[in-house]
Design a protein around this ligand. Structure first.
Ligand code: SF4
Ligand code: SF4
Length: 165
């Protein structure tokens, strides 16, 4: 089954250059929704975050909006988050970015992409090559990991880099 492949390095490259662009969304009922922001946040928290033992982002949050699951993956309750960006400022590894962590919730509804002959709107409007269809299976060699059954993430996971040193 074809999946969507998201290359986090391509988004980061744009952020570093000051050209923030997380793509537009075809969600009809809320034109300002940018679903890709939600996906990139989930991907960063799953694969980029270093899962600090005494996570400073959780400690600093004045709204108790961040929590860790049993595997150490952080999640953000957007109904609690007030968008103060203290977590962005304190993260020692720059995992969180101020364009992603806002008090506005965007949702990707995983468009039904049955017609793979046409690119999705997020593919056309994200940085070139950052979002694409793929037949690739998740694999460590290419640094490709499954976020869910429809989305694969390409990212240099910090724990893999440490293991390979
Ligand atoms: S931006 Fe949201 S999650 Fe981050 S510290 Fe502020 S309230 Fe907490
Ligand atoms: S401080 Fe940064 S790296 Fe550490 S747990 Fe929080 S988001 Fe992850």
């Amino acid at each position: 089954m074809k999946k969507i492949l998201i290359d986090l390095a391509k988004f980061r490259e744009k952020a570093t250059n000051g050209e923030y662009n997380y793509g537009e969304c075809s969600y009809d009922f809320h034109p300002y929704n940018i679903g890709m922001k939600d996906i990139v946040e989930q991907a960063m928290l799953h694969f980029t975050c270093r899962r600090c033992e005494d996570a400073p982002c959780i400690e600093v949050c004045p709204a108790d909006a961040l929590e860790k699951d049993d595997e150490g993956v952080i999640s953000r309750a957007t109904n609690l988050c007030i968008g103060c960006q203290s977590c962005v400022a304190i993260c020692p590894f720059g995992t969180l970015t101020n364009r992603i962590i806002t008090d506005k919730k965007s949702i990707c509804d995983l468009c039904d992409f049955t017609d793979k002959s046409k690119p999705l709107k997020c593919m056309e409007t994200s940085p070139e090559g950052a979002v694409s269809f793929t037949d690739i299976e998740p694999n460590d060699v290419e640094n490709i990991y499954a976020l869910n059954d429809k989305i694969l993430i390409k990212e240099f996971r910090w724990d893999d880099l440490m293991r390979n040193e």
